[in-house]
Design a protein around this ligand. Sequence first.
Ligand SMILES: Cc1ncc(COP(=O)(O)O)c(C=O)c1O
Length: 381
Amino acid sequence: MLRPPLTRRQFTSTLGSGLGAALVDGPFLPSRAEAARPAFAAGDGVRLNSNENPYGPSPAALQAMNRAESTAARYPDQDEERLTEAIARLHGVEPDRVVLGCGSGEVLQMADMAFLGPGRKVVVAEPTFEAVLGYAGVTKAEPVKVPLTAEFRHDLPRMAAACDAGAGLVYVCNPNNPTGTIVSRDELGAFLERVPPSVAVLVDEAYHHFVDDPRYASAFEWMGKAPNLIVVRTFSKVYGMAGMRLGYAVASKENAAALRAHAAWSNANAAVLAAALASLAEPEHVTRQRALNRDMREWLGRALEHDGRRYIPSHTNFLMLDVGGDVQPAIDAFRDRKILVGRKFPSLPNWLRVSMGTRPEMEAFVDALRVVVPARAARAS
Ligand SMILES: Cc1ncc(COP(=O)(O)O)c(C=O)c1O
């Protein structure tokens, strides 16, 4: 259970305690406007548990949401059409290959419903984002969990080998949540060639925009070549609209229709459709959010290295660090300090996942970490 929310004053003093960290800044400090947006950063305390974007939507997206007031009485069919066309243009496909969802979470659910059933196998990495396995349980599918490699990356050759005739769906989270690791272009290409066409391959690119590594490639590169490929994206992460709920899939015409059959009718609201359209027209916002995130990730990396801690280098807006023992007491101790960090992932029981927040939030996190898990305790394991 979460404790009662902080007052604004308590929240400010929590942050103030962390302002002493003497580490070098990156070049992309948040602008005054970004820093002065407490509504996205504050809420119930320091929220570093759900890999959100603490700076929120772009100004144009916010304006679009406000304008949606005037259309609130009407069903948003035209907005849905306009956004679907914009997404199709972005990815160079026909609009009938785009499927919208109430968050990408709904698209993952549609995929399970469309491609799984009693006894059909769903192949996933362990650990990875759990939603696909969660919904698969409802279909009575059989989970096949393939452990990550020693570098905490998807073991794609083993996952491909698990895709036999009984498999309905294989899920590749690239970059992976919770480890923040990627598979390379070469690995993904070889994997897509190897998986039988009868198995739907879902590549979840929720964190695509945060990757800088030149070895990485979006699965959209194979969209024309692999008919069983489904790529999923979201407006919850770099676009800063987790609370608004919108995601989408791009697939072959047939697979898009199969997914759509399991979608709720009119599953996206007028405000988020308008905001998403405005976001796609403002690529500079993405560039800036990427830079802010990269700065924060590098700053945190330096802080952890300064303390001699072990962490998994991340390509996302979150990172995992080794706490040297069961992570649950640390999660609880952070919560007592009004700092929410990621949940425990049972196959990585000693690792804590923390999302990137604003600089004051991350300073508060590092200060608390030094108390909750002193660096020597983390190193002793
Ligand atoms: C890898 C991954 N996929 C999908 C989602 C679901 O996001 P949403 O439903 O907000 O689009 C998340 C949420 O954290 C995620 O980490």
